[in-house]
Design a protein around this ligand. Structure first.
Ligand code: C5P
Length: 218
């Protein structure tokens, strides 16, 4: 039998990361934050001075990522970069390099490697559509730009970053537009996905809905 996967896809700050972590903890499943892989590639590129259109150099950085996911940390080359990759500028750079098919291809095997017993919860943009098309439970999260900007503002403030709602809304729109319009694995609701609008929803409710769909899928 194949190892079960729950996919959570959606735009920036739709709540998928928080919900994914809670669902994984409840089910005792592994967790894949696929966006972190694009962010890590973006961080290495920034540090190495590789521009966002140098496709071959970016793909080899992606293929060669030396990364370790801990419970609360993400280490790259032995350095804890869990804070550095959350910068808004790195998120934007990540979406700029994620348009390149060779960069995406370089990350596929690594993502498949997260599928280990007893199961996996994977969040991103193309988890249900491209990376785990056979996942028994697929969820597509949405939320209004206002709700997402407010959420991202709170997250950044809690991490001690400076932020302003207006700039955040603009960055969200820019990132969403690029993630949705790109030819390579665009952000789409996968076929058969359950839809969840988290604009007005508490985390607990969203988690309960996803767990309910998992139970239904048996
Ligand atoms: O989810 P997160 O905001 O961390 O992702 C950063 C960027 O990485 C996204 O804006 C998107 O362009 C890209 N990404 C992607 N496919 C994924 C996850 C993230 O293209 N599965």
């Amino acid at each position: 039998v194949s190892i079960p996967v729950v996919t959570l896809d959606g735009p920036t700050a739709s709540g998928k990361g928080t919900v994914a972590a809670r669902v994984a903890a409840t089910l005792g499943y592994h967790l894949l934050d696929s966006g972190a892989l694009y962010r890590l590639t973006a961080l290495s590129a920034t540090r190495a001075g590789v521009p966002s259109d140098a496709v071959d150099a970016l793909a080899s950085l992606a293929a060669g990522l030396d990364v370790r996911f801990g419970d609360d940390t993400i280490e790259m080359g032995g350095e804890d970069v869990s804070r550095a990759i959350r910068e808004e500028a790195i998120g934007l750079f990540a979406s700029a390099i994620a348009v390149h098919q060779p960069v995406r291809d370089a990350l596929v095997a690594r993502q498949h490697g997260f599928r280990r017993a007893p199961g996996l919860v994977a969040d991103g943009r193309d988890m249900g559509s491209v990376i785990f098309p056979d996942a028994p439970v697929k969820v597509f999260l949405t939320a209004s730009v206002e709700a997402r900007a407010a959420r991202r503002y709170k997250q950044l403030k809690e991490k001690g970053f400076s932020a302003n709602i207006q700039d955040l809304s603009e960055a969200l729109r820019e990132r969403d537009a690029r993630d949705t319009a790109r030819a390579a694995a665009p952000l789409v609701a996968p076929q058969g996905a359950h839809r969840l609008d988290t604009s007005e929803m508490m985390v607990d409710q969203a988690v309960e809905s996803v767990l309910g769909w998992c139970r239904d899928a048996g």
